[in-house]
Design a protein around this ligand. Sequence first.
Ligand SMILES: CC(=O)SCCNC(=O)CCNC(=O)[C@H](O)C(C)(C)COP(=O)(O)OP(=O)(O)OC[C@H]1O[C@@H](n2cnc3c(N)ncnc32)[C@H](O)[C@@H]1OP(=O)(O)O
Ligand SMILES: CC(C)C(=O)C(=O)O
Length: 577
Amino acid sequence: MKASSSENDRPPKNPWWNPQQPSGMPVHRYGGAGARGLVEPGTRAWLDRPPGRAPLWSSVDLRDGNQALANPMDLRRKREMFDLLVRLGFKDIEVGYPSASEAEFAFVRHLVTGGHIPDDVTITVFTSARQELIDRTFEAVRGADRAMVHLCHATACLWREVVFRMTPSEVMALARQSAQHMVRLADRAGGDIRFEYSPETFNVTEPEFALEIANTVAEIVEASPERPLTLNLPSTVEMHAPHVFADQVERMHRNLERRDGIILSVHPHNDRGTAVAAAEYALAAGADRVEGTLFGNGERTGNVCLVTLALNLLSRGIDPQLDLSDIPAIRRTVEECNEMPVPDRHPYAGDLVFTAFSGTHQDAIAKGLRHLEDRAAAAGVPAAQLPWDVPYLPIDPRDIGRSYEAIIRVNSQSGKGGIAHVLRSRWGLDLPQELRVELAGVIQRLTDVTAAEVEPGLIWDTFRAEYCDMGGWACFAQPGPDGDDPVDALLTLAREHGVHAEVDHLTGAAAEPATGAAHACYARVLVDHQPVWGVGLAPTPRAATVRAVLSALRRGGAVPADSGCVPHLAGPREGAL
Ligand SMILES: CC(=O)SCCNC(=O)CCNC(=O)[C@H](O)C(C)(C)COP(=O)(O)OP(=O)(O)OC[C@H]1O[C@@H](n2cnc3c(N)ncnc32)[C@H](O)[C@@H]1OP(=O)(O)O
Ligand SMILES: CC(C)C(=O)C(=O)O
């Protein structure tokens, strides 16, 4: 028998599954709002369309971002943000809402009259659909060679009825009259004035009404390929899953009457936390342009983050057409202008997003970095020229101005791979595998006690205290007959102490200056048949060997713990070993 749909909806019976209980949350209050904005899905051809190139980027940091700050930017901070946006390569920058306040107006005048707008940058000024505000907006851009005036008013039912107290045809008339007024003012203005129109609350507007009002405005401004209208579709309050927004955008893209005279733009907000996905889907569905902010500042949960969108493109091998090669510097400026920190987990920019604490991730990253180095050495090219392919790291942090220093941080979740990576990357020490395992145990005991992160300096100190310490022993090279082997002398010393000791592993390598020594040696000594490791760091290979063996003997209790001097070490005089 065919199961009924309610049976299908039930979670599968599973003895290990504890059924969840109704929460008592007020679910009856939600789910209806915005239903009128939904569209029937089309073919959803956009679903499989990969991004081909960067969209036209428009920064609204100085308008939408600014209007959401506790302390809106003053002229100095606005200028700093504007200059940053220009440096990053934005050609389309919304600089403010000049009719909102004297400060906003003054900033636009500062840019226009001070000649601060590069020739290849177009500023946009925002206005709502009120005649006196539109007039003031045009005053603000008087004398500009080129500017875009952005008209906006809400179109959705809730706003029509509750905020404007208008019928749909009255809202249509508001759009028509405002657009006509803008055209008249632009004709008089002299400069090259373009138009942007946003049916605010587009995503919860009845699709037919959104289309009709957009066509009406496009008609009035005579949108054409030569003088396109930027039609900006906002998800003013994100209410649906991202694919729904893409369906809405696709419907406009397919049905707009003057599509070739329109730059189709989207302006996703992030109320559901899916603004990035919504923007990416919308671009696949036919949008040409995205409005957003750096690191996603903006009303409530913010605007879509343009840094994330752009670096998502980079990670797919597509030129983002923005210079994001110094994310730390960009972040500093944005934090200063917005007086708001970028969270630790913010994609690409947060302090922790290229950091692994967990052992298996660290192990994979360390192996991946090493693999990259080996490939670079084999090819005879810098690693930065090779395709990036390191587990757990979507892009090379160095490509956006971040370092490898914080990639691996050690705490109780970490393992040998990460700890060894810290010693290798900071001090150039490449520990034998067995020693890595041992050291991980030493560090684990430390983190079990402290329950805290272990800074690299403490790993280094712990490593040296454990493996490089010779206790009270001092070694001096003494001239003697050729051929005397200092290691033999040490093993003899152990025998005299009543312990059988033999060296069964000895490797050495040049050490990095950071260690304070020129040579490193790793010794495994069988002390009464039990393996014990020691490490020597010294100016010469010979001295490093002596130190490594002596440390191992001391650790294994094969020499008296706290006294002595290694006698009769022959060979060229090396001073204190
Ligand atoms: C989604 C967005 O981001 S839209 C941009 C929002 N940005 C801002 O609001 C920042 C700057 N704004 C301001 O400084 C002020 O709101 C001003 C100066 C523009 C206007 O201030 P006020 O005249 O005091 O109006 P107020 O701020 O209370 O706005 C509410 C009025 O505007 C009307 N309104 C709201 N949006 C629009 C619009 N886009 N077009 C026309 N009228 C609008 C409302 O219906 C209401 O009118 P009512 O008083 O007749 O009921
Ligand atoms: C004015 C429009 C573009 C806007 O900011 C929004 O709807 O969120």
